[in-house]
Each structure stands twice: as C-alpha cells, then as structure tokens.
Design a protein around this ligand. Structure first.
Ligand code: BT5
Length: 329
C-alpha cells in the first residue's frame, strides 16, 4: 500500500491528491492513509498535507527504498519487480540476510539493501566498514546453472557491473578494477565485493554477490586506518553529493544486462569487459595467497578468470585466488 501511495503522489507531481481519493482507490479508510503518510515522513519523504486540498509529495529522500530503485530499473532477472527488493535500515550484513533467505528458497534476482551494516564483511573474515547515510550496501542472489569451478567469472562480473554502473551515473569518473574485484579511484578503494557460493561438487545452489560502495561517505566516517587507502564517489566528485539510489539502481541494471549476456554467451564477454576496465594487467604485482608471496607482471586473465602472472624467468602462472599488491605499494 505504501508503494502504491508513493507511486500515486509521484504521478500527480505538484497537484494535491485528496486523502479521500487515495482511500477510495486503495479500499482503505482515510485514517489508514493518514498513518501511511506519517510513516513516509518518518522515512524522510517530505509530504505536504492540507485537510481541504490533500497531499503533495515535495521531496524524496535518497534512501534505497524498493519503490525508488524500481522506478529506475527495467531489469529481467535482478529485481524484475519491486517485491524482489528487501530494504533494511540496519542489518549485520546484507550477505547474511540474503543467505538465510536463499536457504529458504528466495528466487533468483532477490536483492537485499541496507542503509547501514553493523558487521559488514570483506573476504577472508575481514571487515567492511559500513556507516549509515553515505554508503550503498547491497547483495543479490543468483542461481546460475553451472558447476562451482566455473563460478569465478561471475565474481568478476560483479566488479564489471559496479564499474559500468558508477561510470553511467558519473561519466567524469573512471573507476578501475584491481584483481579480482576491488574498484579503485585515484589508487584508493571506493568499492569492495564479496561473492559467496553454496554448492555441491557439480552444481551451484546459489551465488550471493555483496557490493559495498562508499558513495557519500566522508573519510571521517571511516576508521582512522582506512583514511589513506579509501575514498568515496562524493570526494572524487569535487565534494558534490551523489545519488545513492541512482548508483545502486545503475549497478543492478548493468548486473542484470551482463548476467543475461553471460547466460546466453558464456564468460568470454564478461572477461573482455573486465580487461577493458582493469588497472591490474601490465603492472608489476605481488600475489599473496595461502602458499606465500609470488612476484611478477600481471599479464592476462585465463578463460576461467584466473590472473596469469609472468615470473622472473618468463614462466606463466595462473592464480585463482589471492591478494594483489602493486609493485609500487
Ligand atoms: C571486500 O573485501 O572488499 C569486500 C567488501 C564487501 C562489502 C559488501 S557490503 C554488502 C555485502 N554485505 C557484506 O557484509 N559484505 C558485502 P576485501 O577485499 O577483503 O577488503 C576488505 C578490506 O577493505 C578491509 O580489510 C579494509 O582494509 C578495507 N575496507 C574496509 N571497509 C572499507 C571501506 N568502507 N572503504 C574502503 N576500504 C575499506
């Protein structure tokens, strides 16, 4: 009902809509309409209400509500309708919330978004700092018909979607992908991605792609230890605020398009786009993984998304997991 009322008010624009007309259309009492208006105001919508003339929507908050995201989406698989989007003010981790929904059978394309995370997670038990107000924290659910050993390109797809989505909203910025899927602006991290899968030997049950972006996050909102390595879209945009809804919707839209293409054409187009937007290939790197540290030049991705590194004596070695440190760092 809430979503319906938002749609009705937006459609009327500056023309007031009477409480009675809304109540009649929705088959509820005027008191119910009044209560929903109060709830919308509590969520940050500015609504002018006059007993004689009715209600007008004056301002829409930049929060990741399903109706706001849906208004910018024309997707086929990821959030094809607003009921696929689950908005929370605060969660421990959107990946955790979506994981329990996936275990209970949530459909492919389900999305969980939050304004704040209390235990945002990075890879290998690391932390993703997720303060309220400035960031976008979202997770989306895929159920690709593939074995787990073919899942890597789908984690790279998340970085490509985030990169293209950000560039679509802010064409003046050029985020680049550090393997496997960090997004950097001016050498600083603006977006991190955590992909988790549940699988049997020969079938992926589901993949959750969790994406965290510092949109309007101020450096002072982040822990001291991150202030020299992190940035936000706002900071890179000359300190001008950026619409979180626009960024989140653009990423979901591009994710949808890339995933549809992946299902039809396989991994090659995703890998080609990753190469186009990366800032890793051709650089001197050190790869840290469970077996130690390996230095060389990052040369290419192989067909499964592994990073191929050329060692000192010209030998090529593929890495399917690990941490990249650039030679100059
Ligand atoms: C990542 O891990 O970068 C994955 C981050 C994924 C976050 C999303 S938010 C929605 C979803 N729900 C979750 O709980 N997680 C996902 P990793 O490559 O391991 O990098 C983690 C490192 O990034 C930390 O150890 C810090 O050094 C740094 N870091 C943490 N928070 C940051 C932030 N807000 N901005 C920039 N760097 C940050």
């Amino acid at each position: 009902m809430r979503e319906e009322i938002i749609k009705m008010l937006k459609k009327e624009g500056t023309v007031p809509l009477s409480g009675e007309a809304i109540a009649r259309k929705l088959g509820v009492s005027r008191t119910t309409v009044w209560k929903i208006m109060r709830a919308l105001e509590a969520d940050g919508y500015t609504i002018e209400g006059s007993p004689r003339r009715g209600y007008r929507m004056l301002q829409i908050p930049d929060r990741l509500f399903p109706s706001e995201l849906d208004a910018k989406l024309s997707s086929r698989i990821i959030a094809p309708v607003p009921t696929y989007i689950h908005h929370h003010h605060c969660v421990d981790s959107t990946n955790n919330v979506l994981k329990s929904m996936a275990d209970q059978g949530a459909p492919e394309g389900t999305v969980v978004v939050a304004e704040k995370q209390e235990k945002g997670r990075g890879r290998l038990g690391r932390n993703w700092s997720s303060p309220a107000g400035g960031g976008v924290y979202l997770s989306l659910l895929l159920r690709p018909p593939i074995p787990p050993q073919h899942a890597s390109p789908l984690t790279l797809l998340a970085a490509v979607a985030a990169c293209i989505g950000i560039r679509a909203v802010l064409p003046q910025l050029s985020p680049g992908i550090k393997w496997p899927n960090d997004l950097l602006l001016g050498g600083r991290k603006v977006c991190g991605i955590l992909c988790e899968i549940k699988a049997e030997m020969d079938l992926v049950h589901y993949l959750i792609a969790g994406i965290g972006i510092n949109v309007n996050t101020g450096l002072k909102d982040l822990p001291h230890t991150l202030q020299s390595s992190a940035t936000s879209l706002k900071l890179e945009n000359g300190d001008r605020a950026v619409s979180r809804v626009a960024v989140a919707a653009a990423i979901l839209q591009h994710y949808d398009e890339l995933y549809c293409e992946y299902l039809e054409a396989g991994a090659a187009p995703v890998l080609a786009r990753w190469r186009e937007y990366n800032v890793t290939l051709g650089r001197s790197v050190k790869i840290q993984n469970q077996s130690g540290l390996y230095a060389g030049i990052a040369r290419d991705l192989d067909s499964n998304g592994a990073l191929v590194v050329e060692g000192d004596s010209g030998e090529l070695r593929p890495f399917s997991a690990g941490e990249v440190v650039f030679g100059t760092q």
